[in-house]
Design a protein around this ligand. Structure first.
Ligand code: AHR
Length: 500
């Protein structure tokens, strides 16, 4: 067994974590909306057709913000199709995912659901088949109090108070050849600049996110960031990053797969460097922060999705069933976002229900929580406050794609309740005996210590919903520090009370 030391110094802070780092994403895709959050015929549906069991599971995640309505979907979406009397709403072919969109859920219904859940919308606009005029109209419809055609239309459609949406994504993955309305960096940079200008003329308090690369392996990566920022640096607030990990990223090597957060870390560092380079070249005082607005593990469903017939309503697409090892990688991705809280101000777990999701539902039936639900649950509920820099000494390992990786991957947050919340993943193949110390404060007690571990390939299901779920684990306060044993490929969630 290896020996690990994790040291925190209460004075050594990375920075304040923006709550929006614990955002998620809800796209009109597969069974995310229809037969996910919305299923009017379900016995547990409320008057508006929202499943109350799903609502409760989502509420428990305490989500600050949800990106909506896409994703690739948004690049072909006419938001007007989803407002007004439901019976009059058109059914449309949805080209991004080869499905049929019924438009039963639109902005009004989604905003109502968000209110029930206690979250806010991060709105994405269609810069694919549409453009800046559409974005302007959508913002006026959503946010203007009344007295204009569009705001009065909202009121007529049942919503007197504006939706008050403050965070706006300027399109989605516009660098991707698969995207409807795909653009070159120069073309997109100009559109992003002019769209952001219009949105800010309408609401100067709104913030905008320009599209960065769809992932770090795009052949246009870096050049895209530079050229886009060249055009829109002064008028946007954030640049986006997207990244999904799969064993295929590392030729199927198991240990390398569990180490992929290193690539996420490098991705963030590189994009920060580019933002600052462009800012410097422009002689600007402004800093562009990052919005990591799609991240997750995604691969289990890729083959089965090829068999799904086209043009169905709510087909079962992207229904990954996650296992224990996915949750370990997932926790290290979350740790990485926390460790970059000085520049990553928004992040969205993609997605929320059924579609590469922490929550799975059966039409007319039950639901279960996936393995990845738990790291997200703990971080979102207990990881709000200031991130501390962990000082880690532990076993190192080499694998096919990474050399000298640390077994322990850890984040520590001095949260708003004055607790120290620690998420500690052991991504190696050997157990580590861990001693955790806190400089500048004494640990008074262990409020909670849970561990997620077990068969790396096992997950949860409707039949066996708690197969892989956190269980109470031993964590002792000793003279040396707080000690616990981290089995191979496990995650600990530890909440420590500090002496006043
Ligand atoms: O989250 C699924 C898809 O992944 C999104 O629609 C797209 O933006 C990304 O490629």
């Amino acid at each position: 067994m290896g020996k690990a030391k994790i040291g925190f110094d209460l004075q050594d802070k990375i920075g304040a974590i923006d709550d929006r780092v614990y955002g998620t994403f809800a796209e009109h895709l597969g069974r995310m909306i229809y037969n996910g959050i919305y299923e009017p015929k379900h016995p547990l549906a409320d008057k508006q057709g929202f499943r109350t069991d799903v609502l409760e599971a989502v509420k428990a995640l305490n989500i600050p913000i949800i990106r909506y309505p896409g994703g690739n979907f948004v690049s072909g979406y006419n938001w007007e199709d989803g407002v007004g009397p439901k019976k009059k709403r058109p059914k449309r072919l949805e080209l991004a995912w080869s499905a049929v969109e019924t438009n039963e859920v639109g902005i009004h219904e989604f905003a109502d659901w968000c209110e029930k859940v206690g979250t806010k919308i991060m709105m994405a606009v269609n810069l694919g088949t549409r453009g800046m005029d559409d974005a302007r109209r959508l913002m006026e419809y959503c946010n203007f109090p009344g007295g204009t055609e569009l705001s009065d239309w909202r009121i007529k459609n049942g919503r007197k108070e504006p939706f008050g949406i403050k965070l706006w994504c300027l399109g989605n993955e516009m660098d991707g050849p698969w995207q409807m309305g795909h653009k070159t960096a120069k073309e997109y940079g100009r559109v992003a600049c002019e769209t952001s200008k219009l949105l800010k003329l309408l609401d100067p308090e709104s913030e905008t996110v320009a599209c960065g690369s769809s992932n770090r392996d795009m052949c246009t990566y870096k050049q895209w960031e530079r050229e886009v920022l060249q055009e829109c640096y002064e008028v946007v607030d954030y640049l986006s990053l997207h990244q999904y990990f799969a064993p295929s990223n590392v030729d199927g090597d198991h240990r390398s797969y569990l180490t992929l957060a290193e690539n996420m870390d490098a991705f963030i560092r590189e994009v920060v460097e580019i933002c600052d380079e462009v800012g410097k070249a422009k002689g600007s005082d402004k800093k562009i922060n990052l919005s990591f607005d799609e991240w997750n593990v995604w691969y289990h469903s890729s083959e089965q999705d090829k068999q799904i017939p086209r043009w169905q309503v709510a087909p079962p697409q992207l229904e990954d069933i996650y296992n224990e090892e996915d949750a370990v990688l997932f926790a290290t991705m979350l740790n990485t976002l926390i460790s970059h809280c000085d520049r990553v101000k928004v992040a969205c777990l993609a997605q929320l229900v059924n579609v590469i999701a922490p929550i799975m539902t059966k039409p007319g039936g039950g639901m279960f929580l996936q393995t990845i639900y738990y790291p997200y649950f703990y971080a979102s509920n207990y990881g709000r406050g200031e991130a501390l820099r962990p000082d880690i000494t532990c076993t190192k390992y080499d694998c096919a794609k990474f050399k000298g990786a640390k077994a322990m991957h850890v984040s520590g947050v001095l949260n708003r309740d004055g607790e120290l919340f620690v998420m500690a993943a052991n991504r190696s193949g050997e157990a580590e005996e861990v001693t955790l110390t806190v400089k500048g404060g004494d640990v008074a007690s262990v409020i909670e210590c849970k561990r997620l571990s077990g068969d790396a390939k096992a997950g949860n299901s409707f039949e066996n919903p708690n197969n892989i779920a956190p269980v109470a684990a031993e964590c002792k306060i000793t003279e040396e520090g707080v000690t616990f044993t981290a089995p191979a490929e496990s995650v600990h969630f530890i909440r420590l009370a500090l002496k006043k």
